[in-house]
Design a protein around this ligand. Sequence first.
Ligand code: HEC
Length: 282
Amino acid sequence: MKTTKTLLAAIALGTSLVLGTTAAVAAGKQHNAEDISFSFEGVFGHFDRAQLQRGYLVYKQVCAACHSMSLMSYRNLGERGGPELSEAEVKALAAEATIQDGPNDEGEMFERPGLPSDRFASPFPNMQAAMAANGGAYPVDLTLITKKREGFHFPWYVSPFIKLVKGNGGPEYVRSVLMGYEDPPADAAKDAPEGKSYNPYFAAGPWISMAPPLSEDAVEYADGTKASVEQMATDVAAFLTWAGEPKMEQRKSMGFQVVLYLALLSLLLFLTKKRVWGREPH
Ligand code: HEC
């Protein structure tokens, strides 16, 4: 009884601290990302193929103008557990890209159409060129962005429990940054840095050198989904989550099989123990 009471008191204290800090974070610098339930969350979570395909389209048509995804190959788009494009689609997409290859027999570098085994073509030849084109700010490589950034910020003593339930909020971070452009509050507007936008969800914010990249109907979805800013932000966040962990579905299903196996093994061992020791007098 006493333990139950202590436990309840601890939970109440924890909750009030969390709520208190949410307000504090909201008033301060970086805002907590909006928590939404993606299809890939939870023990049995799966990526939504159609959503990954839409997300790739957004990356390709909008984000790829500035952000590289240097760990991805075109053939990954056709693999199990991802957008699962057909072989012909993957070949056609790769062929749209121009890849620098070489040197040839004369020692010259040359350009050729992409192959499924090529990495995604980068928009800039190097970091300096990328920064020069973006007002001195570097458009980060997006392959691991959902692993690298966290959307939810709580004090260390509650953070592990919240992460256990909600994850690190990486996908939510990307979605919130894309949707989180606001008019700066009056006191901040006074010293607005040149060429930057106000975005309190950005980790190094609130000023960001990326102009709002998404606008209503920026892409045209093949499946007829309306391309609202929220829809595109959610889809591209899902796509980037898959890119950060392409084998997530296999990992989850393997984890489930292992747990099932251990449960059956425990049962069998228990029955064996009863059989062997059952007739022994206590
Ligand atoms: C015109 C170029 C441009 C386009 C297009 C663009 N970005 Fe960016 N992005 C940038 C730059 C530059 C930064 C770095 C901003 C800074 O450091 O202030 C950035 C920053 C970001 C960040 C924050 C990174 C961090 O370190 O936390 C995310 C997330 C992001 N971009 C995602 C996207 C996505 C997704 C798209 C496509 C929908 C996109 N961007 C389109 C230029 C661009």
